[in-house]
Design a protein around this ligand. Structure first.
Ligand code: XIL
Length: 393
């Protein structure tokens, strides 16, 4: 090969690297990259193309919640979530399920009925059986329980715990929900998911204590979901790191489940360049942090385009929280995620660098995967679930 040919080949490789979709980079790092998605947008080409091109996982933002999926005592609405699951299958994406036991987005037949604890227990058990059973083998992991603790670490008072509850006190109702879910799909990974519990604090201490108890007694809990609805000042990264460390030290996985970084926006929804840069740094920090832990296995944002995000509705005056702008153009956050994925340790081995010239053949990906710890590069969901389950019990 002449020198000029070599230079051209190198340049082409560099361009190919720069243009790599994020999901290729996260595949190489052995983690899933997810986005919350809404089936009603799948007919929009830019939405569907971006979702399939950039992400290896999706999670219905609302479609699998109790109210939408089970609107009447014997009515199940599987059509909408099924369309997301089949989109995922077509595009070789994993599906996370969200969520089975939560105090929000419940149908009025549940909240307005006057049920005994025994009846309510039956309602929840049936719900879990029907929904988890329907998606068995298609949804690889569930946020079984969502947001069950208050910020001070006490249990949130909810219809499932004590008003009137399913008849079990303390964390026993969560244990029961996990056991029911495990019975409905023994292969699925089961998560407890919450917000404002990323740092070491009263809430995350309570979650940790529960997780420790469940692990020690063999309750089917596989991981903790950290929502990460962030701003540009979230407190100490070192504290988040300690929290991830203590959870993964139990043998549990950590999934980052609802990442977004809201910014002040003007009346057109635009943020300042300085805020977009600060946001990019937060995304970069979160990815780099997760990559430090073999058992931090999935990072998911709550949506992916600023065109569709819950932030402006939930936090008036805030927005622009995601990786793509309203026209599906990558923002500085997107670039910083690329950088984190390409530059965070474990670094590419010398052998992989040598292979970089033949990048197109996939040599880098292989070398990279081989350099990762076993848990981080686990390729098959069922095998991984078994391996991880076996490891901790
Ligand atoms: C939000 C959705 O994004 C909104 O569309 C919906 O109106 C309300 O719920 N924590 C969770 C998510 O676990 O289910 C919530 O999703 C955001 C906060």
């Amino acid at each position: 090969m002449s020198r000029s040919h070599a230079v051209i080949c190198f340049a082409v490789s560099v361009i190919a690297l720069a243009a790599q979709p994020l999901r290729q980079l996260t595949d190489q790092r052995g983690i899933k990259l997810g986005a919350a998605a809404d089936p009603s947008h799948l007919t929009e080409a830019a939405y569907a193309d971006t979702l399939a091109r950039e992400f290896s996982q999706l999670e219905p933002e609302n479609a699998m919640k109790f109210g939408p999926i089970h609107p009447g005592p014997s009515t199940y609405n599987f059509g909408q979530p099924d369309s997301l699951v089949s989109f995922a299958r077509q595009h070789n994406m994993a599906v996370r399920g969200h969520t089975l036991v939560w105090h929000n987005q419940l149908p009025s037949w549940v909240t307005s009925g006057t049920y005994s604890t025994t009846q309510l227990s039956g309602i929840l058990h049936d719900h879990i059986n029907a929904v988890v059973g329907h998606y068995a083998g298609q949804v690889y992991g569930w946020d079984v329980i969502n947001e069950a603790f208050n910020d001070d670490g006490t249990l949130r008072s909810t219809i499932w715990l004590d008003s009137p509850g399913i008849g079990l006190s303390g964390t026993a109702y969560m244990e029961q929900s996990l056991r029911w879910t495990h019975e409905a799909d023994p292969q699925a990974l089961l998560f407890y998911n919450d917000y404002s519990a990323e740092l070491v604090n009263s809430k995350s201490n309570a979650i940790y204590k529960m997780a420790q108890d469940f692990v020690s007694r063999g309750v089917p809990l596989n991981g903790i979901g950290m929502q990460m609805h962030f701003t540009t000042s979230n407190g100490s990264l070192a504290s988040i790191e300690s929290n991830i460390k203590r959870i993964t030290d139990l043998g549990l996985q950590v999934h980052i489940t609802e990442l977004d970084v809201r910014l002040p926006v003007d009346s057109s929804g635009n943020a300042t360049a300085a805020d977009l840069a600060a946001q990019a740094q937060v995304y970069r920090d979160v990815f780099a942090l997760c990559l430090k832990f073999p058992l931090c296995t999935s990072i998911q944002s709550w949506g992916f385009t600023d065109k569709y995000s819950w932030i402006p509705g939930a936090f008036p005056g805030r927005g622009a929280a995601l990786e793509f702008d309203t026209a599906y153009q990558p923002k500085p956050a997107y670039k910083s995620i690329q950088t984190a994925l390409q530059s965070s340790p474990p670094v590419i081995s010398a052998a992989a660098l040598t292979n970089a010239a033949s990048y197109a053949s996939g040599a880098v990906a292989r070398a990279f995967a081989q350099s990762l710890p076993e848990a981080a590069s686990c390729p098959a969901r069922a095998a991984c679930a078994q391996r991880w389950a076996g490891k901790k019990r």
